[in-house]
Ligand binder design. Structure first.
Ligand code: GLC
Length: 541
């Protein structure tokens, strides 16, 4: 297989706790993924990305890692992970794992040692422990705000039972930030990469990759930080850290990849992480967060292609992941853009319209040059589920003062078959860790598999075409990208000489350009014309 497979790959994100439950405890596990590899291979994906599967108290859905060299007993054990990597490879599917360098769990041995060792001890230097401000140290050391809301500092209790120093956590209090100025922190992560590359993983998804390095003076965040001068976002030190990770990846071969989770509003800054010798690839959140609007999406696509071209990296196209509102829900709302701070309970949603647009968006994204990422359940068109307040697990909910429903609505256990919960997710009727909606019987994989009009059939057909046609995916020489002008509110482009994708937004139906064959449409054509909120793939013959 090609060593630069990742340039045009279709990569499927598995949320292990919600994919398949083999042991019947209501939570997914690795054995449950192994039994469903045929489904994934049949869908036509090239690789699986697993959100963290390590031992974790689950203060943040596993992104609070207690041990990077083991598997949470909820999911199985290391031998099971190794078997899963092998089984997946045997059906032509690679494995990508999630590494979380910014922080560890407060149950990690390093944090336990830091607490026990006390103020001023070297064990504390792997983290950011500081004395508080105020007469009695009762105020946090600075005004940094956690990504989940509230102060980014929590105060610990000393061995004498009295309030003592504070530690930094850019996320939940159960996720103390590491000090990347400390050589042991650097060395430990290099060993972790080797540990997993030795076990055959094809890639590493780097969590919160732009937040890892800190200004060690920990100054307050200025009103408008200059480019690259924020005290913890996008700091220059990161380039060196990831260059050394790149050398490790390359020592295993050119087919091992590093994929950054990089949320930066500035496309030029984003692209610096993708220069030769740094990361291979990064998630394109600009496109994902854009509203369902032809002009906005065109701007995003143009900018994406431009900055990636300049550094020789493949673009990535993402419509959803475990942190964001499901596309069929988001595109069915008045505000179709995604932003973390605008999520609210009870937002009116037209799911039929959202589904129509999500289908069109999927074909648009899969036709663009580069890699395509999909999040489990996206291929079923699952809507964001409403989780009863007393079952919400995501810390974003509580830390927003209860305003934000959090991210659990997209993390609900996968409906495989049957007409009622647990829809084949568990082998017996148990309560799943997050409740599944009672009206998902028509949305299961089994219900959709035989229906040519289903979201699952659309994804399968599109992924197969995308894989079979040399002008799709990375496309290289054969898939040269060129815009076509078909009027306002239409996004149309060619890939090479034979393939054209047309998406219409409002105001359809629109005439399609001359073609030999319609390959696939997200909604049926109307008298040969493309209705609004739809995409058509054409073969020009
Ligand atoms: C990333 C993950 C998210 C997690 C956060 C902290 O953004 O995708 O789920 O909460 O990092 O690790």
């Amino acid at each position: 297989m090609s060593t630069d497979w990742w340039r045009g790959a279709a990569i499927y994100q598995v949320y292990p706790r919600s994919f398949g439950d083999a042991n019947g405890d209501g939570s997914g596990d690795l054995a449950g993924v192994r039994t469903r590899l045929a489904y994934l291979a049949g869908l036509g994906v090239d690789a699986l990305w697993f959100t963290p599967w390590y031992p974790s108290p689950m203060a943040d859905g596993g992104y609070d890692v207690a041990d990077y060299r083991a598997i949470d007993p909820l999911f199985g054990d290391l031998a099971e992970a190794e078997a899963l990597i092998r089984d997946a490879a045997a059906v032509g599917v690679r494995t990508i794992i999630d590494v979380v360098p910014n922080h560890v769990s407060d149950q990690h041995v390093w944090f336990g040692a830091a607490l026990a060792a006390g103020r001023g001890a070297p064990e504390r230097e792997r983290f950011w422990f500081r004395d508080g401000r105020g007469t009695d140290g009762e105020l946090p050391p600075n005004g940094w705000i956690s990504e989940f809301g509230g102060s980014a500092w929590s105060r610990v209790t000393g061995p004498d039972g009295r309030p003592e120093q504070w530690y930094l956590h850019l996320f939940a209090p159960g996720q103390p930030d590491l000090n990347w100025g400390h050589p042991e922190v650097v060395a430990e992560h290099e060993e972790i990469l080797r540990f997993w590359f030795d076990r055959g993983v094809a890639g590493i998804r780097i969590d919160s990759a732009a937040l890892v390095a800190k200004d060690e003076r920990l100054p307050d965040v200025p009103g408008t930080p200059h480019r690259g001068e924020h005290p913890y976002v996008d700091r220059e030190d990161l380039q060196g850290i990831y260059r050394s990770w790149r050398r490790i990846a390359e020592s295993y071969g050119p087919d091992r990849v590093l994929i950054g989770e990089i949320w930066l509003p500035d496309a030029e800054r984003f692209a610096r992480y993708l220069r030769p010798g740094v990361l291979h690839s990064a998630f394109n959140f600009d496109f994902m967060a854009a509203p369902w609007d032809g002009k906005a999406l065109r701007v995003s696509i143009e900018q994406t292609l431009d900055v990636h071209d300049r550094v020789g990296a493949p673009a990535t196209w993402v419509l959803s992941n475990h942190d964001v509102t499901r596309p069929v829900t988001r595109y069915g709302r008045e505000d179709t853009a995604f932003a973390f701070d605008t999520k609210r309970f009870g937002t009116p949603t037209d799911l039929a319209l959202g589904t129509r647009r999500a289908r069109a968006a999927a074909l648009l994204a899969m036709a663009l040059p580069g890699a395509f990422y999909l999040f489990q359940g996206e291929e079923l068109g699952l809507p964001e589920a409403d989780i009863p307040i007393d079952r919400i697990e995501d810390p974003m909910h509580a830390r927003s003062g209860g305003l934000d429903p959090g991210r659990d609505g997209c993390r609900v256990p996968f409906p495989w078959s049957g007409t009622e919960p647990p829809y084949g997710f568990s082998p017996r009727p148990v309560e799943t860790w997050l409740p599944q909606p009672v009206d998902w019987g028509s949305r299961t994989a089994a219900a959709q598999a035989g229906d040519p009009g289903s979201m699952l059939s659309l994804y399968r057909t599109a992924l197969r075409l995308r894989r079979d046609r040399p002008d799709l995916g990375a496309g290289d020489g054969a898939g040269r990208f060129a815009w076509l002008d078909l009027g306002p509110d239409v996004l149309a482009f060619a890939r090479g000489d034979r393939f054209v994708s047309v998406t219409s937004f409002s105001g359809g139906p629109v005439d399609l350009p001359a073609h030999a064959r319609v390959l696939l449409t997200s909604s049926p054509l109307e008298d040969g014309r493309l209705p609004s909120d739809a995409t058509a793939w054409l073969d020009l013959g």
